[in-house]
Design a binder for this molecule. Structure first.
Ligand SMILES: *Cc1c(COP(=O)(O)O)cnc(C)c1O
Length: 382
Protein backbone atom coordinates (compact mmCIF):
# COMPACT_ATOMS: atom_id res chain seq x y z
CA UNK A 1 0.00 0.00 0.00
CA UNK A 2 2.64 2.52 1.11
CA UNK A 3 4.76 1.57 -1.91
CA UNK A 4 1.99 2.14 -4.43
CA UNK A 5 1.28 5.56 -2.96
CA UNK A 6 4.90 6.59 -3.27
CA UNK A 7 4.90 5.44 -6.90
CA UNK A 8 1.80 7.47 -7.68
CA UNK A 9 3.37 10.61 -6.22
CA UNK A 10 6.54 10.04 -8.22
CA UNK A 11 4.57 9.56 -11.46
CA UNK A 12 3.01 12.97 -11.15
CA UNK A 13 5.74 14.99 -9.50
CA UNK A 14 5.19 18.63 -10.35
CA UNK A 15 1.47 18.14 -11.00
CA UNK A 16 -0.48 20.59 -8.84
CA UNK A 17 -3.53 18.91 -7.31
CA UNK A 18 -6.63 20.39 -8.97
CA UNK A 19 -9.26 22.42 -7.10
CA UNK A 20 -12.46 20.54 -6.29
CA UNK A 21 -14.76 22.98 -8.09
CA UNK A 22 -14.27 26.31 -9.85
CA UNK A 23 -17.52 28.06 -10.78
CA UNK A 24 -17.12 30.37 -13.79
CA UNK A 25 -19.81 32.99 -14.16
CA UNK A 26 -20.10 35.74 -16.79
CA UNK A 27 -17.43 38.41 -16.32
CA UNK A 28 -17.94 42.10 -15.61
CA UNK A 29 -17.33 42.81 -19.31
CA UNK A 30 -19.99 40.28 -20.31
CA UNK A 31 -22.68 41.94 -18.24
CA UNK A 32 -21.65 45.59 -18.65
CA UNK A 33 -23.93 46.35 -21.65
CA UNK A 34 -26.89 44.99 -19.68
CA UNK A 35 -25.95 47.02 -16.59
CA UNK A 36 -25.92 50.13 -18.80
CA UNK A 37 -29.48 49.29 -19.88
CA UNK A 38 -30.48 49.19 -16.21
CA UNK A 39 -28.77 52.56 -15.61
CA UNK A 40 -30.64 54.23 -18.43
CA UNK A 41 -34.03 52.66 -17.66
CA UNK A 42 -33.88 53.03 -13.89
CA UNK A 43 -35.98 49.94 -13.45
CA UNK A 44 -34.30 47.76 -10.85
CA UNK A 45 -36.82 45.14 -9.84
CA UNK A 46 -40.56 44.27 -9.78
CA UNK A 47 -40.45 41.99 -12.81
CA UNK A 48 -38.65 44.54 -14.98
CA UNK A 49 -37.82 44.11 -18.68
CA UNK A 50 -34.63 42.10 -18.08
CA UNK A 51 -36.39 39.72 -15.67
CA UNK A 52 -39.17 39.21 -18.21
CA UNK A 53 -36.87 38.63 -21.15
CA UNK A 54 -34.58 36.33 -19.12
CA UNK A 55 -37.59 34.23 -18.14
CA UNK A 56 -38.72 34.04 -21.78
CA UNK A 57 -35.24 33.07 -22.99
CA UNK A 58 -34.88 30.48 -20.25
CA UNK A 59 -38.25 28.98 -21.22
CA UNK A 60 -37.24 28.93 -24.91
CA UNK A 61 -33.88 27.30 -24.13
CA UNK A 62 -35.50 24.61 -21.96
CA UNK A 63 -38.21 24.04 -24.57
CA UNK A 64 -35.63 23.57 -27.32
CA UNK A 65 -33.97 20.79 -25.29
CA UNK A 66 -37.17 18.82 -24.68
CA UNK A 67 -38.98 16.44 -26.98
CA UNK A 68 -42.43 17.90 -26.34
CA UNK A 69 -44.05 20.62 -28.50
CA UNK A 70 -46.29 21.74 -25.60
CA UNK A 71 -45.16 25.19 -24.39
CA UNK A 72 -43.20 25.39 -21.15
CA UNK A 73 -43.84 28.12 -18.61
CA UNK A 74 -41.25 29.48 -16.22
CA UNK A 75 -41.33 31.46 -12.98
CA UNK A 76 -38.00 32.78 -11.70
CA UNK A 77 -37.39 33.03 -7.95
CA UNK A 78 -34.56 33.96 -5.58
CA UNK A 79 -33.05 30.48 -5.25
CA UNK A 80 -33.63 26.79 -5.85
CA UNK A 81 -34.70 26.07 -2.28
CA UNK A 82 -37.46 28.68 -2.58
CA UNK A 83 -38.54 27.18 -5.91
CA UNK A 84 -39.17 23.80 -4.22
CA UNK A 85 -40.85 25.45 -1.25
CA UNK A 86 -43.18 27.52 -3.40
CA UNK A 87 -44.04 24.61 -5.71
CA UNK A 88 -44.99 22.57 -2.64
CA UNK A 89 -47.08 25.36 -1.16
CA UNK A 90 -48.98 25.65 -4.43
CA UNK A 91 -49.42 21.94 -5.10
CA UNK A 92 -49.31 19.78 -1.98
CA UNK A 93 -52.55 18.22 -0.74
CA UNK A 94 -53.70 17.63 2.81
CA UNK A 95 -51.47 15.73 5.18
CA UNK A 96 -48.49 16.19 7.42
CA UNK A 97 -45.79 14.41 5.48
CA UNK A 98 -43.94 14.91 2.23
CA UNK A 99 -42.10 11.83 0.99
CA UNK A 100 -38.60 12.67 -0.23
CA UNK A 101 -35.35 10.76 -0.64
CA UNK A 102 -32.98 10.77 2.34
CA UNK A 103 -30.16 10.96 -0.22
CA UNK A 104 -30.25 14.57 -1.43
CA UNK A 105 -28.79 17.94 -0.60
CA UNK A 106 -30.25 19.08 2.73
CA UNK A 107 -31.96 22.06 0.99
CA UNK A 108 -34.76 19.70 -0.12
CA UNK A 109 -35.63 18.90 3.51
CA UNK A 110 -35.52 22.59 4.50
CA UNK A 111 -37.90 23.42 1.64
CA UNK A 112 -40.36 20.73 2.80
CA UNK A 113 -40.35 22.12 6.35
CA UNK A 114 -40.64 25.74 5.20
CA UNK A 115 -43.68 24.79 3.11
CA UNK A 116 -45.33 23.56 6.32
CA UNK A 117 -44.68 19.81 6.11
CA UNK A 118 -42.50 17.20 7.75
CA UNK A 119 -40.07 15.22 5.59
CA UNK A 120 -40.64 11.46 5.40
CA UNK A 121 -37.34 10.02 4.22
CA UNK A 122 -37.43 7.20 1.68
CA UNK A 123 -34.68 5.10 0.12
CA UNK A 124 -33.21 5.44 -3.38
CA UNK A 125 -32.65 3.08 -6.30
CA UNK A 126 -29.07 1.71 -6.17
CA UNK A 127 -28.52 2.12 -9.95
CA UNK A 128 -29.92 5.62 -10.51
CA UNK A 129 -29.32 6.91 -6.94
CA UNK A 130 -32.82 8.47 -7.16
CA UNK A 131 -36.19 7.99 -5.49
CA UNK A 132 -38.50 6.28 -8.01
CA UNK A 133 -42.29 6.03 -8.37
CA UNK A 134 -41.91 2.29 -7.68
CA UNK A 135 -40.23 2.90 -4.32
CA UNK A 136 -43.01 5.30 -3.27
CA UNK A 137 -45.81 2.99 -4.43
CA UNK A 138 -44.32 0.10 -2.48
CA UNK A 139 -44.27 2.30 0.64
CA UNK A 140 -47.81 3.66 0.42
CA UNK A 141 -49.69 0.69 1.97
CA UNK A 142 -47.49 0.84 5.08
CA UNK A 143 -48.07 4.55 5.77
CA UNK A 144 -50.56 5.46 8.49
CA UNK A 145 -51.66 8.54 6.54
CA UNK A 146 -51.46 9.57 2.89
CA UNK A 147 -48.58 11.93 2.07
CA UNK A 148 -49.35 15.53 1.12
CA UNK A 149 -46.86 15.30 -1.75
CA UNK A 150 -43.72 13.61 -3.03
CA UNK A 151 -40.51 15.49 -3.85
CA UNK A 152 -38.30 13.46 -6.18
CA UNK A 153 -34.70 14.61 -6.60
CA UNK A 154 -32.34 14.55 -9.56
CA UNK A 155 -29.14 12.99 -8.16
CA UNK A 156 -26.30 15.43 -8.87
CA UNK A 157 -28.09 16.75 -11.97
CA UNK A 158 -29.00 13.44 -13.63
CA UNK A 159 -32.20 13.29 -15.72
CA UNK A 160 -35.29 11.98 -13.94
CA UNK A 161 -37.98 9.89 -15.58
CA UNK A 162 -40.39 12.78 -15.94
CA UNK A 163 -42.98 10.69 -17.82
CA UNK A 164 -43.02 8.17 -14.97
CA UNK A 165 -43.49 10.86 -12.32
CA UNK A 166 -46.31 12.54 -14.28
CA UNK A 167 -47.95 9.13 -14.66
CA UNK A 168 -47.48 8.44 -10.92
CA UNK A 169 -49.26 11.68 -10.06
CA UNK A 170 -52.17 10.89 -12.38
CA UNK A 171 -52.48 7.33 -11.09
CA UNK A 172 -52.24 8.01 -7.35
CA UNK A 173 -53.53 11.58 -7.08
CA UNK A 174 -50.48 12.42 -4.95
CA UNK A 175 -48.94 15.72 -6.11
CA UNK A 176 -45.30 15.53 -7.21
CA UNK A 177 -42.63 18.23 -7.23
CA UNK A 178 -39.26 17.57 -8.86
CA UNK A 179 -36.08 18.93 -7.30
CA UNK A 180 -34.01 19.27 -10.48
CA UNK A 181 -31.87 21.92 -8.79
CA UNK A 182 -28.59 20.65 -10.20
CA UNK A 183 -30.08 19.41 -13.48
CA UNK A 184 -31.32 22.47 -15.40
CA UNK A 185 -29.75 21.05 -18.57
CA UNK A 186 -31.02 17.50 -17.99
CA UNK A 187 -34.70 18.13 -18.73
CA UNK A 188 -35.59 16.05 -21.77
CA UNK A 189 -39.30 16.38 -20.99
CA UNK A 190 -41.38 18.51 -18.64
CA UNK A 191 -45.05 17.78 -18.06
CA UNK A 192 -47.45 19.34 -15.60
CA UNK A 193 -45.36 18.16 -12.66
CA UNK A 194 -43.09 21.16 -11.97
CA UNK A 195 -39.31 20.92 -12.16
CA UNK A 196 -37.50 23.23 -9.73
CA UNK A 197 -34.10 24.53 -10.83
CA UNK A 198 -31.27 26.26 -9.00
CA UNK A 199 -29.34 29.07 -10.67
CA UNK A 200 -26.74 29.09 -7.89
CA UNK A 201 -23.14 29.83 -8.87
CA UNK A 202 -22.26 26.14 -8.49
CA UNK A 203 -24.95 24.93 -10.91
CA UNK A 204 -24.84 24.62 -14.71
CA UNK A 205 -26.78 27.83 -15.28
CA UNK A 206 -25.24 29.86 -12.49
CA UNK A 207 -26.15 33.50 -11.95
CA UNK A 208 -24.95 33.77 -8.32
CA UNK A 209 -28.23 33.13 -6.53
CA UNK A 210 -31.46 32.31 -8.33
CA UNK A 211 -34.01 29.60 -9.06
CA UNK A 212 -36.85 28.70 -11.39
CA UNK A 213 -40.01 26.62 -11.55
CA UNK A 214 -40.79 25.05 -14.95
CA UNK A 215 -44.00 23.33 -15.99
CA UNK A 216 -46.52 22.85 -18.81
CA UNK A 217 -49.13 24.06 -16.32
CA UNK A 218 -49.60 27.76 -17.18
CA UNK A 219 -51.94 28.32 -14.22
CA UNK A 220 -49.44 26.91 -11.74
CA UNK A 221 -46.68 29.13 -13.08
CA UNK A 222 -48.94 32.20 -13.04
CA UNK A 223 -49.76 31.39 -9.40
CA UNK A 224 -46.04 31.03 -8.61
CA UNK A 225 -45.35 34.47 -10.10
CA UNK A 226 -48.22 35.98 -8.13
CA UNK A 227 -47.09 34.32 -4.89
CA UNK A 228 -43.53 35.55 -5.54
CA UNK A 229 -44.72 39.14 -5.64
CA UNK A 230 -46.75 39.58 -2.41
CA UNK A 231 -49.66 37.73 -3.96
CA UNK A 232 -50.37 40.61 -6.33
CA UNK A 233 -51.83 39.67 -9.70
CA UNK A 234 -50.03 41.48 -12.53
CA UNK A 235 -50.91 45.17 -12.59
CA UNK A 236 -52.75 45.16 -9.25
CA UNK A 237 -51.88 45.93 -5.63
CA UNK A 238 -54.38 43.52 -4.12
CA UNK A 239 -53.11 40.24 -2.72
CA UNK A 240 -55.20 37.53 -4.34
CA UNK A 241 -53.17 34.77 -2.67
CA UNK A 242 -50.58 34.34 0.08
CA UNK A 243 -46.90 34.43 -0.77
CA UNK A 244 -43.99 36.74 -0.19
CA UNK A 245 -41.20 38.49 -2.04
CA UNK A 246 -39.25 35.90 -4.02
CA UNK A 247 -38.48 37.97 -7.12
CA UNK A 248 -35.11 38.31 -8.80
CA UNK A 249 -33.70 41.80 -9.44
CA UNK A 250 -32.80 43.26 -12.82
CA UNK A 251 -29.13 42.77 -11.90
CA UNK A 252 -29.62 39.04 -11.40
CA UNK A 253 -31.54 38.85 -14.68
CA UNK A 254 -28.65 40.65 -16.45
CA UNK A 255 -26.26 37.91 -15.32
CA UNK A 256 -28.86 35.38 -16.42
CA UNK A 257 -28.89 36.74 -19.97
CA UNK A 258 -25.10 36.52 -20.18
CA UNK A 259 -25.06 33.05 -18.57
CA UNK A 260 -27.52 31.70 -21.14
CA UNK A 261 -25.22 32.68 -23.99
CA UNK A 262 -22.27 30.84 -22.36
CA UNK A 263 -24.12 27.74 -21.25
CA UNK A 264 -23.66 25.42 -24.20
CA UNK A 265 -19.90 26.09 -24.33
CA UNK A 266 -19.67 25.13 -20.68
CA UNK A 267 -21.75 22.02 -21.24
CA UNK A 268 -19.56 20.88 -24.14
CA UNK A 269 -16.37 21.50 -22.17
CA UNK A 270 -17.61 19.68 -19.06
CA UNK A 271 -18.85 16.73 -21.15
CA UNK A 272 -15.43 16.34 -22.69
CA UNK A 273 -13.75 16.48 -19.26
CA UNK A 274 -16.23 13.92 -17.92
CA UNK A 275 -15.41 11.64 -20.87
CA UNK A 276 -11.68 11.99 -20.24
CA UNK A 277 -12.24 10.97 -16.63
CA UNK A 278 -14.37 8.02 -17.68
CA UNK A 279 -11.86 6.74 -20.19
CA UNK A 280 -8.96 7.16 -17.71
CA UNK A 281 -11.03 5.19 -15.17
CA UNK A 282 -11.73 2.39 -17.69
CA UNK A 283 -11.43 -0.98 -15.93
CA UNK A 284 -11.30 0.54 -12.43
CA UNK A 285 -14.02 -1.02 -10.24
CA UNK A 286 -16.02 2.11 -9.36
CA UNK A 287 -19.69 2.96 -9.94
CA UNK A 288 -21.04 5.76 -12.15
CA UNK A 289 -24.41 7.39 -12.59
CA UNK A 290 -26.01 6.07 -15.80
CA UNK A 291 -25.22 8.25 -18.83
CA UNK A 292 -22.92 10.67 -16.99
CA UNK A 293 -20.64 12.42 -19.48
CA UNK A 294 -22.47 10.98 -22.51
CA UNK A 295 -26.13 11.89 -22.14
CA UNK A 296 -25.78 14.55 -19.50
CA UNK A 297 -23.31 16.43 -17.37
CA UNK A 298 -23.52 18.74 -14.35
CA UNK A 299 -21.12 20.68 -12.16
CA UNK A 300 -19.94 17.76 -10.02
CA UNK A 301 -18.40 14.39 -10.85
CA UNK A 302 -19.27 11.65 -8.38
CA UNK A 303 -18.00 8.10 -8.20
CA UNK A 304 -19.14 5.20 -6.04
CA UNK A 305 -16.29 3.34 -4.37
CA UNK A 306 -16.40 -0.33 -3.38
CA UNK A 307 -17.56 -0.38 0.28
CA UNK A 308 -14.41 -1.99 1.62
CA UNK A 309 -12.11 0.57 -0.10
CA UNK A 310 -13.64 3.87 1.00
CA UNK A 311 -11.10 4.44 3.75
CA UNK A 312 -8.06 3.53 1.61
CA UNK A 313 -9.14 5.79 -1.26
CA UNK A 314 -10.01 8.85 0.81
CA UNK A 315 -6.75 8.52 2.77
CA UNK A 316 -4.78 8.25 -0.48
CA UNK A 317 -6.50 11.39 -1.88
CA UNK A 318 -5.81 13.28 1.36
CA UNK A 319 -2.18 12.17 1.35
CA UNK A 320 -1.66 13.56 -2.17
CA UNK A 321 -3.54 16.77 -1.28
CA UNK A 322 -6.38 16.05 -3.72
CA UNK A 323 -9.68 17.55 -2.54
CA UNK A 324 -12.82 15.41 -2.55
CA UNK A 325 -16.21 15.83 -0.94
CA UNK A 326 -19.39 14.00 -0.08
CA UNK A 327 -21.53 16.74 -1.62
CA UNK A 328 -24.70 15.30 -0.01
CA UNK A 329 -22.98 14.18 3.21
CA UNK A 330 -24.41 10.91 4.54
CA UNK A 331 -28.04 11.76 3.77
CA UNK A 332 -30.56 14.25 5.21
CA UNK A 333 -31.58 11.88 8.01
CA UNK A 334 -28.06 12.15 9.49
CA UNK A 335 -28.27 15.93 9.97
CA UNK A 336 -29.23 16.87 13.54
CA UNK A 337 -31.91 19.22 12.18
CA UNK A 338 -33.75 16.27 10.59
CA UNK A 339 -32.83 13.41 12.90
CA UNK A 340 -36.39 13.33 14.30
CA UNK A 341 -38.11 13.09 10.93
CA UNK A 342 -39.72 9.73 10.15
CA UNK A 343 -38.07 7.44 7.64
CA UNK A 344 -38.50 4.08 6.01
CA UNK A 345 -35.91 1.41 5.34
CA UNK A 346 -32.79 3.26 4.14
CA UNK A 347 -30.57 0.27 3.29
CA UNK A 348 -29.51 1.56 -0.15
CA UNK A 349 -28.95 5.12 1.09
CA UNK A 350 -26.77 3.89 3.92
CA UNK A 351 -24.51 1.96 1.58
CA UNK A 352 -24.53 4.54 -1.25
CA UNK A 353 -23.92 7.74 0.76
CA UNK A 354 -20.62 6.85 2.48
CA UNK A 355 -19.23 5.27 -0.70
CA UNK A 356 -20.02 8.20 -3.02
CA UNK A 357 -17.47 10.98 -3.34
CA UNK A 358 -17.16 14.00 -5.58
CA UNK A 359 -13.77 14.38 -7.32
CA UNK A 360 -12.16 17.56 -8.73
CA UNK A 361 -14.23 18.66 -11.72
CA UNK A 362 -14.36 22.01 -13.48
CA UNK A 363 -13.77 23.69 -16.82
CA UNK A 364 -10.07 24.48 -16.33
CA UNK A 365 -8.81 21.16 -14.97
CA UNK A 366 -5.93 19.79 -17.09
CA UNK A 367 -5.57 16.29 -18.49
CA UNK A 368 -2.46 15.82 -16.30
CA UNK A 369 -4.49 16.69 -13.23
CA UNK A 370 -7.22 14.23 -14.24
CA UNK A 371 -4.57 11.52 -14.68
CA UNK A 372 -3.16 12.33 -11.25
CA UNK A 373 -6.57 11.98 -9.59
CA UNK A 374 -7.41 8.78 -11.45
CA UNK A 375 -4.03 7.28 -10.69
CA UNK A 376 -4.32 7.91 -6.96
CA UNK A 377 -7.80 6.37 -6.89
CA UNK A 378 -6.79 3.41 -9.07
CA UNK A 379 -3.76 2.56 -6.96
CA UNK A 380 -5.76 2.84 -3.74
CA UNK A 381 -8.12 0.20 -5.13
CA UNK A 382 -5.40 -2.16 -6.29
C1 LIG B 1 -28.31 23.20 -5.14
C2 LIG B 1 -29.42 22.33 -4.72
C3 LIG B 1 -30.54 22.85 -4.03
C4 LIG B 1 -30.61 24.28 -3.54
O1 LIG B 1 -30.58 25.26 -4.52
P1 LIG B 1 -30.20 26.77 -4.06
O2 LIG B 1 -30.35 27.57 -5.30
O3 LIG B 1 -28.80 26.72 -3.55
O4 LIG B 1 -31.17 27.15 -3.01
C5 LIG B 1 -31.58 21.99 -3.72
N1 LIG B 1 -31.53 20.68 -4.05
C6 LIG B 1 -30.49 20.14 -4.70
C7 LIG B 1 -30.51 18.71 -5.06
C8 LIG B 1 -29.38 20.94 -5.05
O5 LIG B 1 -28.33 20.39 -5.68
Amino acid sequence: MADTLVTSVADHRGEEPPALMIPLLPTADDILPLLRQIDSRRVYSNDGPLAQSFRAELAAMLQSRTSSPTPLHVATVVNGTTAIELALRLRAGLGRYVIMPAYTFVATAHAVVNAGFEPWFADVNPQSWALTPGIVEALLPSLVEAPAAVVAVSPYGAPLDQHAWNAFEERTGIPVVLDMAAGALSLDFVGRVPACLSLHATKMLGIGEGGAIVSQDAELIAAARTASSFGFDPGTRMASRRGGNYRISEYAAAIGHAALTQMSKRETRLKSIAQTYRSCFEGVPIGWQPGFGDNWVAMTLNIRLPAEQIEATTVALNTRGIPWRRWWSLGCHTHPAFAQSPCGNLTETESLAPATIGLPFHEIITEGQIRLVVDVVRKSLA
